[in-house]
Design a protein around this ligand. Structure first.
Ligand code: SPV
Ligand code: MG
Length: 288
C-alpha cells in the first residue's frame, strides 16, 4: 500500500469532535504536513498563499482547476481534512455547482465561499471590496448544498461585510440569510486591529451556526479566549507563508553574503528531516 495517507476524517466530523478546531493555512503539501505534525486539526488551502506561491496577487487570477489542484495535493498528503478556500465560487451559481462536484470528487470535505463580487481582491488589499447582492450569494450557498453528493460535505459561508466597511449589523443580517440558505457554518472576516468587531458579532449571533474566524490583524487573540467567546474554528491563514518568506530571505541572503552555508547548518532543517517529510523510508521498502 502506498505510504501516502489513505484516510482522513471529514471536516464535519473534526468539528463535531473538537470544541475549537485550529486550522493553519498552506499552499503546498509540505506546509500542510508540517501543520498537521505540530497539531493543527485541519489545513486551510488559502487563496492568498496559493497565489503568493506563484508571486501572483490573490485576485481571482488563478483558475478553479489551479486552486483545486493545490488543495488536492495538500489533501493527498494529510490525515487531517483540508478546508478549501474557494473565493467567490469562481463565478456564478453554475460555477459553484461545478466547483462542488469537482472538489468533492477530489476528496475535499469542506469548502468556503465569500460574498464578494467575482473577480475578488484579497481582503487586506487597498481595493474595492463590493459585496454581491445578499440573495444572489444565498443562491450560491443553496446551489452548493444542492450539488453535494455526500451528507458530510461542508459549506462555509464567509461574509466580507466588515471588510467592506458595512459593519457588524450587515454581517449579522447576511449570515442569517446564509444560514437560512443551508450554510453549515459562517466565517466572519475583519481587518480591524482588535477583535472587537468579531466579538460584537459573536455576542449577537446566538450560536445559530458554528463561527469561523481569521485573526490575522488581531493576532493577540488567544485560541482559548476565542473558544470562550463562541468561536468554533480559527484559521491562521498566512502566518506559515510569512514565516517562510522571512526564513528564506534570511538564509539565502546570508549564504550569498558570506559565500558559504556552514553557519546555517544548525539552524536549518537537515536533509534527513526532508527525507522524513517525504516518507522516504516507506517508499524505499518497495525496492528492498
Ligand atoms: C486566504 O488566506 O486566502 C483568505 C484569508 O481568504 S485572507 O487572506 O485574510 O483574505
Ligand atoms: Mg482567500
Amino acid at each position: 500500500m502506498s505510504p501516502t495517507p489513505h484516510s482522513y476524517p471529514s471536516f464535519r466530523s473534526v468539528l463535531a469532535e473538537h470544541p475549537l478546531v485550529r486550522i493553519a493555512g498552506a499552499h503546498s503539501a509540505l506546509g500542510g504536513v508540517i501543520a498537521e505534525q505540530v497539531g493543527f486539526q485541519a489545513v486551510w488551502a488559502s487563496s492568498f498563499e496559493i497565489s503568493a506561491a506563484r508571486c501572483l496577487p490573490d485576485a481571482s487570477l488563478l483558475s478553479m482547476s489551479e486552486y483545486l489542484d493545490a488543495a488536492a495535493h495538500i489533501q493527498k498528503a494529510l490525515s487531517v481534512p483540508v478546508v478549501a478556500d474557494c473565493d467567490t465560487g469562481f463565478g456564478n451559481s453554475m460555477n459553484v455547482a461545478y466547483m462542488v462536484a469537482e472538489y468533492e470528487q477530489a476528496g475535499i470535505t469542506a469548502v468556503c465561499m465569500e460574498d464578494k463580487i467575482f473577480p475578488k481582491m484579497n481582503s487586506f488589499a487597498a481595493a474595492d471590496h463590493s459585496l454581491l447582492d445578499v440573495n444572489a450569494f444565498a443562491h450560491k450557498i443553496e446551489t452548493a448544498k444542492k450539488s453535494q453528493r455526500s451528507e458530510d460535505f461542508f459549506v462555509i459561508a464567509r461574509t466580507e461585510a466588515m471588510i467592506s466597511g458595512l459593519g457588524v449589523d450587515e454581517a449579522l443580517k447576511r449570515c442569517a440569510v446564509y444560514a437560512d440558505a443551508g450554510a453549515d457554518a459562517v466565517l466572519v472576516h475583519s481587518k480591524q486591529a482588535t477583535k472587537d468587531e468579531v466579538l460584537s458579532f459573536l455576542d449577537q449571533w446566538n450560536d445559530r451556526l458554528p463561527v469561523v474566524v481569521v485573526p490575522t490583524t488581531y493576532p493577540d487573540w488567544h485560541a482559548d479566549e476565542a473558544r470562550a467567546a463562541g468561536v468554533s474554528a480559527v484559521i491562521y491563514a498566512n502566518q506559515g507563508l510569512r514565516a517562510t518568506i522571512t526564513s528564506l530571505r534570511s538564509a539565502l541572503g546570508s549564504i550569498y553574503e558570506t559565500g558559504h552555508s556552514a553557519h546555517l547548518e544548525d539552524s536549518i532543517a537537515g536533509v534527513k528531516d526532508v527525507f522524513a517529510l517525504q516518507r522516504l523510508d516507506q517508499w524505499q521498502e518497495f525496492t528492498a
